[in-house]
Design a protein around this ligand. Structure first.
Ligand code: UDP
Length: 465
């Protein structure tokens, strides 16, 4: 009997993507995968993507979820609590029962759930005698911050609601870089997120396998610290193999939006290392004034650019660009509503990535050797920026003024330093070196490859027990 993994992502693009990459990796190791989405995401994926071989040996199924969860950013608390009901333990129990009743020869043999979907799941796994693994789509350092945050309260460094007592740059954990107090990853969603993070640590601790979309070489000190407490297995960067072996490929990740592949034709016409790629991922929004300021900054660089302007990128209404902007940049700009990002980042014409520092984007940029200009928006993105800028030295921050606005001059300055200066040259060299280290991690004998093999072997071994 082949192993059959039930995969349960948190229903948001940045969590579904790496879970799908994990699904492909399992399938290439003789697993069958059932991939459980919320019904709205399931429909979005099937509508936005033409049927293809991506889903061979991956069965996509769905359950109704009442509140569209994280992707609207409306009421994170409501979204997470609704998920606990609509995709929580009792629903998973029913899904497993249905699969097993239908398919005598292809019963579920293990569960891999996003850390956000693990609350209360262990008893269901135990009931069905299935191993449960947790999957963390963000850095190990984020989990460590959550895991040790109750300790930081007991030390008097944080208030009991997660607010830091002192407003300054602080080394919260010895194995992590100093973080500005305003950059702590739970602050954007208040006490709810702080408490949920502490509970997540408690839920995850007994789970033997915690898989991370990261790799040892970029987070070694914090991996070492956390491994004393939790079964930490970094298996990333989770990038489809096609993107690791050549720079031209036809495979793209199934996304919630329709990919505008026309931008690839446009990229083919640009010079090597010339294009600024700008994308804020699937959730971040900008104010109208900030969007305008960014457009004017892009224009002022006088460089070719590819910019993902999602229709909902502007806070509150359909995104609008400054009057006359499109005409003025027509000969050197390409604007799309959703790009095949892996193909874009692996294209030889890309010079740098202006990114919101979502963890997937950061991992993808590292793996493609593209230096970054960091424009974090929320959650772990400020933490990720600290690693990109201070630890790995793969990018520069774009700093906001006292009103929280990143001005056009700051944008132009960042681009010029990154692409023209001595400092920029070192950053670009660093990006090229880390690209090799990232790829080595997932090669045979690499740190992530070894971790993944341990997991696969254990899941196959328990089939015979
Ligand atoms: N992405 C994409 N096309 C775009 C923008 C983003 O395919 O135009 C993908 C990107 O490659 C990444 C994911 O969407 O895998 C975004 O995840 P990330 O963690 O970077 O940010 P989030 O959307 O969760 O804020």
């Amino acid at each position: 009997m082949a192993p059959h993994a039930l995969l349960i992502p948190l229903p948001a693009q940045g969590h579904v993507n790496p879970m799908m990459q994990l699904a492909w990796k399992l399938v290439s190791n003789e697993f069958f995968v059932t991939f459980l989405n919320s019904d709205s995401n399931h429909n979005r994926i099937l509508t936005a993507n033409t049927p293809n071989s991506f889903f061979d040996n991956i069965r996509m199924i769905s359950v109704p979820v009442e509140i569209a969860p994280i992707d609207t950013l409306k009421g994170i608390e409501n979204g997470i609590e609704a998920l606990a009901k609509d995709m929580g333990p009792s629903v998973i129990d029913r899904v497993i029962q249905e699969i097993n009743a239908r398919e005598e020869e292809n019963k579920v043999t293990c569960i891999i759930a996003d850390v956000w979907m693990c609350f209360g799941l262990q008893p269901v796994a135990t009931l069905h005698k299935l191993p449960l693994a947790a999957f963390h789509t963000s850095p190990v350092s984020l989990f460590a911050m959550r895991y040790f945050s109750a300790h930081l309260v007991s030390l008097g460094i944080l208030h009991s609601d997660g607010i830091p007592k002192e407003n300054k740059k602080t080394k919260y954990l010895p194995s992590m870089p100093a973080l500005h107090s305003g950059d702590l990853p739970w602050l954007w969603a208040g006490e709810y997120m702080f408490r949920k993070g502490i509970r997540m640590g408690e839920e995850i601790k007994p789970i033997k396998w915690v898989l991370f979309n990261s790799f040892l070489e970029i987070e070694a000190p914090v991996v070492e610290t956390l491994s004393k407490e939790v079964g930490v297995y970094p298996i990333g960067p989770l990038i489809p193999p096609e993107f690791l072996h050549s720079r031209t490929t036809t495979k793209v990740l199934p996304s919630f939006w329709k990919n505008d592949t026309g931008c690839l034709q446009w990229l083919h016409k640009q010079c090597a290392d010339s294009v600024i790629y700008i994308s804020f991922g699937s959730l971040a929004v900008l104010s109208e004034k900030q969007l305008e300021e960014l457009a004017l900054g892009v224009e002022a660089t006088r460089r070719p650019f590819l910019w993902v302007v999602r229709s909902d990128l502007m806070k509150g209404s359909q995104a609008v660009l400054p009057a006359g902007f499109l005409d003025r940049v027509r000969d050197r700009g390409c604007i799309v509503s959703w790009a095949p990002q892996l193909e874009v980042l692996s294209h030889p014409s890309i010079a740098c990535f202006v990114t919101h520092c979502g963890w997937n984007s950061v991992q993808e940029s590292i793996t493609m050797g593209v230096p970054m200009l960091c424009w974090p928006y929320f959650a772990d993105q400020f933490l990720n920026r600290t690693y990109v800028v201070d630890v790995w030295k793969l990018g520069l921050p774009l700093n906001a003024n006292s009103q929280g606005m990143i001005e056009q001059e700051e944008f132009v300055k960042g681009v010029e330093i990154l692409l023209e200066s001595e400092q920029g040259l070192e950053i670009r060299e660093g990006a090229r070196k880390l690209k090799i280290i990232a790829r080595d991690a997932v090669k045979d004998g690499g740190s992530s490859s070894n971790n993944f093999n341990l997991f696969v072997t254990a899941m196959k071994r328990q089939l015979n027990e």
